[in-house]
Design a protein around this ligand. Structure first.
Ligand code: SAH
Ligand code: SF4
Length: 345
């Protein structure tokens, strides 16, 4: 697969062609991506043909759009049958792509659809980068009204725990920065609190953003919704986040999915506030998307607003995140559900 090949090894794909063909191919893959090899106009037809089936490491199984065309979800199918999903969201001044780092997830957070279906396998670096370049190739021929015509921001908030697939995720970030030319600051890794991975990422040379999915501000509650908390308890997660901030000079953000009667209480807001203040973190409150197998329910809007006000009164920066793509199940924690339950319409 072209995308599964390290960019440094593209020479192995060009056969007997002169070496400058590898540079041309590199540009088609990383600089001006196209949906089909037929569009690689400066390559000889025979070479284009030989690469045609190997351009993408997956087939596009389904494409859906929502929010008046401002949100687009792709369900890709890897050659071994694994589902890989990515969601593109166009805004006024940025185009954000939410990508997957694993097929499934082993961490089993109670409210997350991905976690409920278990872990299948890690995605390869090329499979992660191909999600980005597919979206870039698509945007070049399908501009989203008023949004930039390339992916400007990446969030690792699709399926999987990126820091549980550290080396491949790292390599994908390297390719995004060094080959696609993205700024490290426009890439955000979201983690449920895999402390060793947070420490390693802090030591990388890039100012990648870090979002910590906290969701609960004491160990008892956190362990009951995020089983990984038993291994990496809250104090260790906070220490790793503080270290990240020190190493990068870049504030982390705290993600908090609002679960009715579970973590949306004033008590939790009051426990979260000092953590957020110590980290100088921005808190994003996310409305929970109901998933078929979860007993958790979304908090009422008024409760979310009150939680946000309590945090604000305690000196915390907080945003209630707008959800996108709900009617196509493109929102957080929804990916994979349709793929796993194909009988649903
Ligand atoms: N594994 C990583 C990244 C993928 S999940 C992590 O957990 O951070 C991305 C975000 O979606 C996380 O903040 C996660 O808590 C949130 N999420 C998961 N299921 C959700 C749901 N049903 N509704 C709303 N947000 C959800
Ligand atoms: Fe995995 Fe993140 Fe879902 Fe938890 S919320 S099960 S870590 S993908």
């Amino acid at each position: 697969m072209a995308y599964l090949t390290d960019p440094r090894d593209l020479g192995s794909l060009i056969g007997e062609e002169p070496t400058y063909r590898a540079d041309q191919l590199h540009d088609w893959l990383y600089k001006t991506p196209v949906l089909t090899t037929a569009e690689m106009t400066n390559l000889p037809p025979a070479l284009r043909d030989s690469l045609a089936d190997r351009l993408w490491p997956f087939a596009v199984e389904a494409e859906q759009s929502a929010d008046g065309g401002k949100t687009r979800k792709w369900l890709f199918r890897a050659h071994d049958g694994m589902a890989i999903e990515a969601v593109l969201m166009g805004y006024h001044n940025r185009t954000t792509l939410c990508i997957s780092s694993q097929a499934g997830c082993a961490l089993g957070c109670t409210f997350c659809a991905t976690g409920q279906f278990g872990f299948d396998r890690h995605l390869e670096a090329g499979e992660i980068v191909a999600q980005v370049q597919y979206a870039n190739a698509w945007l070049r021929s399908n501009p989203m009204d008023g949004s930039p015509r390339r992916v400007t921001n990446i969030v690792f908030m699709g399926m999987g725990e990126p820091l549980a697939n550290y080396d491949r995720v790292r390599e994908s970030i390297r390719r995004m920065i060094e080959h696609i030319g993205m700024g490290a600051r426009s890439i955000t890794v979201s983690t449920v609190g895999m402390v060793p991975g947070m420490r390693r990422l802090a030591d990388e040379p890039w100012q990648v953003g870090l979002a910590v999915s906290l969701h609960a501000a004491d160990d008892e509650l956190r362990s009951s919704i995020l089983p990984i908390n038993k291994r990496y308890p809250l104090a260790e997660v906070e220490a790793a986040a503080a270290r990240y901030f020190e190493a990068k000079g870049r504030r982390v953000s705290i993600e908090w999915t609002m679960l009715a009667g579970v973590n949306d209480t004033i008590d939790q807001a009051e426990k979260l506030a000092p953590i957020a203040r110590r980290l100088r973190a921005h808190v994003n409150l996310i409305a929970m998307n109901p998933t078929p197998l979860s007993l958790d329910q979304p908090s009422k809007r008024a409760v979310i607003e009150q939680f946000a006000e309590t945090l604000e009164d305690l000196g915390v920066n907080v945003t209630i995140r707008n959800t996108r793509g709900q009617e196509i199940d493109a929102a957080c924690g929804q990916l994979r559900v349709r793929a796993a339950t194909p009988t649903q319409s």
